[in-house]
Design a protein around this ligand. Structure first.
Ligand SMILES: [Zn+2]
Length: 382
């Protein structure tokens, strides 16, 4: 794009975001009065293909209220454009995990550029490999994405009439992920006295590689991961799947001789236990529950200990416990995937969790957890 094209792209993107934010804040009575609709109709050439998907969804709801808007066309047909200089526009009603409005499916928009980011070649190879995840840099995004902790967009987060059976796309807003890591995680780690000088070197890159490590963990423990989307709608399975992926990633990193491996493992653990674990209304977020389950494992394995001088984290202390933990989780995950939750229920119950119709909750608070929560919230509000 030349300079003029860039300017007009950013002007239109700005109008789109303003319209989406205004529609969320002051929803009109019917979808045909949405400000977003007008802006999409005026989409410049580069945005027309993606805008037409959102327009098809808006046409389908017609004069219905915003709550009836379904992002079926976007969920089914959105494909990421990754040519040089190409921008992507995704507009849909969706849930933003970690947003300031948990559980609410609002109108959201993001304009982004896809970024090439491959699994590092020092990770062990898998039999199965698929690249459904696209890393992206945000050009502009609506308020929930901008102000919240959400950094992934998958079709299953979209408001759709019929849930999709396979994952058609996955977008990781890598710049936002790195930003959150720098602004919300590292300061907490620093306040706890956990930071090595090497943790603060290229933190964004470490966090991105940690994301790859987690994805690697999914593929290492489930060859049919991409086809398993519909089953992961079950919250319990989603949590088990995430914890299993984290522990698989940590074990792979612990066994690696690559000089970055220990730093990547720390980035993965830091973000989970210092940011994800303490989101507002944490019980509503899979990532938060996972963060606490991982914390409990770190406490059990002796990696996280309480000393008179404060809480200390020494990941190497957990190395010997990773393999048996992963074996137990992997078994649990496979059984849950087949529909047998007995092992999962036992795993959670042994760790003080209660499972009932309303979800998964932690029945007994551990003192270290309480203390860490206090320190994390204190450091984040500082
Ligand atoms: Zn995951």
């Amino acid at each position: 794009m030349d300079e003029d094209a860039c300017k007009s792209a950013s002007d239109w993107s700005g109008s789109l975001i303003a319209a989406v934010d205004a529609d969320n804040e002051f929803p009109p009575d019917s979808c045909d009065q949405l400000r977003t609709l007008r802006v999409l109709e005026d989409a410049p050439d580069w945005a027309r293909e993606h805008a037409s998907l959102a327009l098809a969804d808006l046409a389908a709801v017609g004069s219905g209220p915003m709550a009836d808007l379904r992002a079926d066309t976007v969920a089914r047909d959105f494909t990421v454009l990754s040519g040089v200089g190409q921008l992507n526009v995704l507009v849909a009603r969706m849930l933003v995990p970690g947003s300031p409005w948990p559980g609410h499916r609002g109108m959201e928009a993001v304009v982004f550029r896809s970024r090439s980011s491959r699994t590092p070649n020092w990770f062990p190879e898998h039999e199965t490999s698929h690249d459904v995840v696209t890393f992206a840099d945000t050009v502009a995004s609506s308020a929930a994405l901008r102000n919240g902790h959400g950094h992934v967009i998958f079709p299953e987060l979209l408001a759709v009439s019929e849930p999709l059976e396979t994952q058609r796309f996955g977008i990781v807003l890598a710049d936002h992920l790195a930003y959150l890591y720098r602004t919300h995680t590292l300061p907490v780690a620093a306040a706890l006295g956990w930071l090595n000088p090497s943790d603060a070197r290229d933190p964004g890159e470490l966090r991105t590689i940690a994301f790859h490590a987690h994805e690697w963990g999914h593929r290492a423990t489930d060859e049919g991961y991409a086809e398993n989307v519909s089953r992961h709608r079950r919250r319990l399975l989603a949590v088990v799947s995430e914890v299993t992926a984290d522990v698989a990633a940590l074990q792979m990193l612990a066994a690696s001789s690559h000089p970055l491996a220990p730093r990547v493992a720390r980035a993965l653990v830091f973000d989970r236990i210092l940011r994800d674990a303490w989101l507002a209304r944490w019980e509503a977020h899979v990532a938060s529950i996972v963060g606490r389950v991982l914390l409990q494992f770190l406490i059990r394995s002796g990696a996280l200990t309480e000393l008179p001088e404060g809480l200390t984290l020494e990941l190497a202390a957990a190395h010997g416990s990773l393999e048996p933990e992963l074996a137990a989780l992997h078994r649990t995950y496979r059984a849950s995937n087949r529909g047998d939750d007995t092992a999962a229920i036992r795993y959670f119950a042994e760790n003080g969790w209660t499972l009932d119709r309303s979800g998964i909750s932690l029945s007994s608070a551990e003192p270290v957890l309480e203390q860490l929560q206090h320190r994390a919230r204190e450091a984040q509000s500082a």
